[in-house]
Design a protein around this ligand. Structure first.
Ligand code: 0L1
Ligand code: MG
Length: 253
């Protein structure tokens, strides 16, 4: 299959909520080609009226990188149709095997079009908030290679954002948790995100520069999960909490 055919296959899998076999099982492709496929697949969404609103980083925990045998983060695109209002109900029939992650999100104050340092973050980032990321691999059994998952837009599917807060001096040592119906199912310190969630911004800027993708002012940036992702159940309330940033929820039917 050529890149366009793979992009269309993954786009249809997401649209119809029907899993496909991992591409790397039958043909090999490079990381660069995987990002090209991701961009082509997103073009299919944009043609239907959706649009880019931000990006997410994946594999931001050193444990997850080690587990996957990789040494760098991956990034995917967030779109308007993935945005779920805080407190809204999501229809699980439109997903394949969705999982939730507790995250921290940032909002860009100006175009992020070059690699920036930690010291430059206040110039580029306006605010932060607690977030839930919903991921849903388009591959059967959530099984994929690094190239497969990049082509599949890093499993990006949905995100819920809380109230925006001015940037604190530090985002370290904050307790983060994911609850189902008020019961905590996963929790960890914000340090699980690259030892410092602000480093996600620096890494997003580095990856954007590497792949020739500037991120416009106003974009949302999901910094990566602090805990493993947890399978979502029907008829439940999913809540992510970050100490000092508050909570955000969505419901499932
Ligand atoms: O951390 C993430 O948002 C997940 C990135 C893609 C890998 C996965 O689907 O677990
Ligand atoms: Mg995530």
């Amino acid at each position: 299959m050529n890149k366009q055919a793979i992009a269309q296959l993954l786009d249809q899998a997401a649209m119809n909520a029907e899993a496909v076999e991992q591409i790397s099982g039958t043909q090999s492709f490079t990381e660069n080609q995987a990002y090209e496929i991701q961009a082509l697949a997103m073009e299919e969404r944009y043609k239907r009226g959706d649009h880019f609103v931000g990006l997410k980083l994946g594999f931001t925990s050193f444990a997850k990188m080690e587990q996957m045998g990789v040494h760098d983060m991956i990034w995917g695109r967030l779109t308007k149709n993935m945005w779920i209002e805080n407190g809204a109900t999501i229809d699980l029939n439109s997903f394949i095997h969705p999982r939730a992650e507790p995250e921290i999100a940032f909002k860009l104050k100006k175009d992020l079009d070059r690699e920036i340092s930690l010291e430059e973050i206040p110039e580029y980032i306006e605010s932060c908030c607690v977030a839930i990321e919903i991921i849903d691999s388009r591959y059967k059994n959530f099984k994929f290679s690094l190239e497969d998952v990049i082509a599949d837009n890093c499993s990006s599917t949905g995100f819920v954002l809380g109230d925006w807060h001015p940037l604190p001096a530090s985002l370290n040592n904050l307790q983060m948790s994911l609850s189902f119906d008020g019961e905590i199912v996963e929790s960890d310190s914000s340090n699980a995100i690259l030892d410092n969630p602000y480093l996600s911004v620096c890494n997003a800027s580095r990856l954007g520069a590497k792949y020739g993708q500037p991120f416009p002012k106003g974009s949302v940036l999901l910094a990566g999960a602090a805990t493993p992702a947890v399978f979502i159940k029907t008829n439940s309330t999913i809540t992510a909490t970050v100490e000092s940033l508050g909570s955000v929820s969505c419901l499932t039917n």
